[in-house]
Design a protein around this ligand. Structure first.
Ligand SMILES: [Mn+2]
Length: 411
């Protein structure tokens, strides 16, 4: 993304907040993994959305005073010894070039700055995401400290405001998501080409990882689900350590991320390239629902409408498959929701906006899980909501029975 994207995001944020206010958002801290090793740093996505900076311990301070705006960044100063060991962190001009924030100071100046300024403003916006949750979450730590230290009373949570902005994607964001989907397509085709009985799930998974690493500065969206046979009946199976058998299906739920913009795709195919008659029946049922739900999506419906519609269709399919007689028994074979927003996060937050609006990207992921038959099928696409309907951004990733069988025969 260019810095104009982040400048514009801050402008949209400023339009939504109250005057005479200060906003403080942190990028996050490094987390110790063990001994002298850290976990990979994962930037706070609200911070990233406003700055484009992926680095720990960077603070964004936004001031809106008499409807004028002031933007500051506080970054760590480079230590020459650390530079020799792990490389340099951003210098001031680099932080400016990425974010478009011109006033960059060092973290050593932050406390003095806050001491002198924070009390001048009627309202202080802090990121209170997940406060009250049992997990200690990045910004909460800093927010709690600030509230205590400065006896802040008028604290407003900026998380819902940023989430509302994030849930509707711009043209640039859609391009990143599309790029992630396109690479995922290559990866899935590689899996279908390499699939054969006798491989372990993790061996097949590794061909996807290769495609991701080999396609530029990308990463997987989340831990890949590679589930053969009965394992596919566990929704978030990630052990991926079972041998793939002849005449079984394998379910992949995976994705790629480009500049943190993710794709989230599921495909299910026969390990040996040919569906059994029963597998084909179940697969076709899920595919019917997938296609009807994609057609159903458009601006103005709610996620509840969408979920109810999917359940109604899946209930009909389960009856046709001879799995259930009563509607309430659907839960035996389908127990998750039909879709979620995607973006900088795999489950991108959008709960503050009950109605789907143009520019949102929502997954469509019906599934049926029948452990007694060792069958689990999920088919997931990424769908752009428009005024009059929807656009399937992953329509080029094959999913028709005939196309899968032909592709795997000719691999
Ligand atoms: Mn999903």
């Amino acid at each position: 993304m260019t810095k104009e994207f982040y400048i514009n995001n801050r402008k949209r944020y400023f339009d939504k907040i109250e005057d005479n206010s200060m906003t403080i958002i942190l990028s996050g801290f490094n987390q110790i993994k063990t001994n002298d090793e850290d976990y990979d740093f994962e930037v706070d996505k609200c911070f990233y959305y406003l700055t484009g900076i992926n680095q720990s311990e960077v603070y964004l301070v936004l001031i809106k005073e008499n409807n004028k705006v002031k933007e500051l960044l506080f970054i760590e100063e480079n230590d020459p010894v650390k530079v020799k060991w792990v490389g340099a962190k951003l210098y001031k001009d680099e932080a400016s070039n990425l974010s478009g924030v011109m006033d960059v100071k060092y973290n050593s100046e932050l406390v003095k700055f806050l001491d002198e300024n924070i009390k001048k403003y009627d309202k202080v916006y802090l990121n209170l995401e997940k406060i009250g949750n049992h997990r200690v979450y990045k910004n909460n730590y800093v927010s709690s400290k600030l509230i205590k230290k400065y006896s802040l009373i008028n604290v407003i949570d900026c998380y819902p405001i940023i989430v509302e902005l994030r849930s509707v994607k711009t043209k640039e964001e859609l391009e990143k998501i599309q790029e992630s989907i396109n690479v995922t397509k290559i990866g899935i085709e590689e899996l279908m080409k390499k699939s054969k009985p006798g491989l372990y799930e993790y061996q097949l998974e590794s061909y996807f990882d290769f495609v991701i690493k080999n396609n530029g500065q990308k990463d997987v969206s989340f831990k890949t689900i590679a589930a053969g046979g009965v394992n596919a009946a566990t929704l978030h199976y990630v052990a991926n350590n079972t041998k793939l058998n002849d005449n079984e299906l394998v379910l992949f739920d995976l994705g790629c991320r480009t500049d943190f913009y993710i794709s989230d795709i599921s495909r299910t195919f026969p390990v040996n390239g040919k569906f059994t008659p029963r597998q084909k029946e179940v697969y076709q049922s899920v595919l019917n629902v997938n296609k009807k739900c994609i057609e159903f999506l458009k601006e103005g419906i709610t996620l509840k409408d969408y979920n109810d519609y999917a359940k109604k269709l899946l209930t009909e399919e389960c009856k046709k498959l001879g799995l259930i007689d009563k509607d309430e028994d659907l839960v035996k074979y389908y127990f998750h929701s039909i879709g979620h927003s995607i973006g900088l996060d795999t489950h991108d937050p959008c709960k503050y906006n009950p109605y789907l609006t143009e520019g949102m990207v929502i997954t469509c992921e019906p599934g049926l899980y029948i452990p007694e038959e060792k069958i689990g099928v999920r088919i997931e696409d990424d769908i752009l909501i428009t005024k009059n309907g929807s656009i399937n951004l992953s329509k080029d990733i094959i999913k028709e029975v005939e196309d899968i069988e032909n592709f795997m025969k000719n691999k």
